[in-house]
Design a protein around this ligand. Structure first.
Ligand code: NAD
Length: 268
C-alpha cells in the first residue's frame, strides 16, 4: 500500500485545459494547479485565459495563458508545442472548450452544424492527435474530455450539440481502446446543468425544469465538475479508462421527459 502518497496529487505533471478561461475549464485549471500541475490555459478569449493565469499565480501555482481557437488545427498544434516548450513535457489534456447553436435540424443552418462539430468534436480528435505523441514521450498520462449529459439523454432543440457530445463519448471509448496499453487513459465527464456563462445561452425555463428534475434538486457548480476531471486525470483513477462519468446530481437517471407531460398518451 502506498501509505502517505496522495494519488490525487498532480505534482510534476503538465496539463492543458482548453476553454480554461471560464466556467468548468477555469475551475479545472485552478484545481489542477493547486494540486501541483503546471497548467497551460488555452482559450479563444485571451483576457479570460489571462484572468485564470493570474488567479493561479496569486495562489502560488504555475500556469501560462495562450490564445487558442480549438477550431483551428494550427492553433491546437501550437498549443501542444507551447506546453512542452514551456514546461518540459505533457501528461494531461482536458478537451473542454465548446461551441453550440441551439435548434432542431430544421432550425440549424449548415454553418451552425459545421462550427458546432468543428469546435466541440473535431477539436477533441485533433487536440488528442497532437498531444498523444507528447504524452507518450512523457511516460503516459490522461485525456479527459468534457462531454455532456446531452450525450446520453434527449432534449428538444440541441441537434448539433447533442450529436457532437455523443461523438465525444464514442471517440473517448475508441481512444481508450487504442492507447490503454501505452499508459494513456481516456475518459469523459458528462456535466448536467451547471451554472456557468454557457447557461446564458439556454432558456431559463429549461434550466429551471432541469434543476427540478434532478434528484438533488439543484443545478451544479463548475468546481464540482472540476473535481471529477482532476480525479480522472490523476493517478487515483489509474484503473479507470473509457468511461463517460455523469457529474449531474443524478439528472441522467431521471427518465421522465418533461414536455411529454403535456401530450395525450395511449395506454396499449
Ligand atoms: P463557459 O462558456 O463558461 O466556458 C467555455 C470556455 O470555452 C470559454 O472561456 C470560451 O471562451 C471558451 N471557448 C469557446 N470557444 C472556444 C474555441 N473555439 N477555442 C478555445 N476556447 C473556446 O462554458 P462551460 O459551461 O464551462 O462549458 C465547459 C464544457 O462543459 C463544455 O464542453 C460544455 O459543453 C460542457 N457542459 C457544460 C454544461 C453546463 O451546464 N454549463 C453542461 C454540460 C456540459
Amino acid at each position: 500500500m502506498a501509505a502517505g502518497f496522495d494519488r490525487l496529487s498532480l505534482a510534476g505533471k503538465v496539463a492543458i485545459v482548453t476553454g480554461g478561461g471560464n466556467g468548468i475549464g477555469a475551475e479545472t485549471a485552478c484545481l489542477m494547479a493547486s494540486r501541483g500541475a503546471a497548467v497551460l490555459i488555452a482559450d479563444i478569449d485571451e483576457d479570460a485565459a489571462w484572468r485564470t493565469e493570474r488567479q493561479i499565480a496569486d495562489e502560488g501555482g504555475r500556469a501560462t495563458a495562450l490564445r487558442v481557437d480549438v477550431g483551428s488545427a494550427a492553433d491546437l498544434q501550437a498549443m501542444v508545442d507551447a506546453a512542452v516548450d514551456m514546461f518540459g513535457g505533457l501528461h494531461i489534456l482536458c478537451n473542454n472548450a465548446f461551441f453550440q447553436v441551439i435548434g432542431s435540424v430544421e432550425q440549424l443552418s449548415e454553418a451552425d452544424w459545421d462550427r458546432t462539430q468543428t469546435v466541440s468534436l473535431k477539436s477533441v480528435f485533433l487536440g488528442s492527435k497532437f498531444a498523444i505523441p507528447r504524452i507518450r514521450a512523457s511516460g503516459g498520462g490522461a485525456i479527459v474530455n468534457t462531454a455532456s449529459m446531452h450525450a446520453i439523454t434527449g432534449f428538444r432543440g440541441f441537434a448539433a450539440y447533442q450529436s457532437a457530445k455523443g461523438g465525444v463519448c464514442a471517440l473517448t471509448r475508441q481512444m481508450a481502446m487504442d492507447y490503454g496499453h501505452e499508459n494513456i487513459r481516456v475518459n469523459a465527464v458528462l456535466p448536467g446543468p451547471t451554472v456557468t456563462a454557457a447557461f446564458a445561452q439556454v432558456p431559463e425555463s429549461y434550466v429551471r425544469i432541469s434543476a427540478r428534475r434532478t434528484p438533488i434538486l439543484r443545478t451544479g457548480r463548475p468546481d464540482e465538475t472540476a473535481e471529477a476531471i482532476a480525479f480522472l486525470a490523476s493517478d487515483a483513477a489509474s484503473l479507470i479508462t473509457g468511461i463517460a462519468m455523469p457529474v449531474d446530481g443524478g439528472a441522467t437517471i431521471v427518465g421522465e421527459p418533461d414536455w411529454l407531460d403535456e401530450k395525450p398518451v395511449i395506454l396499449a
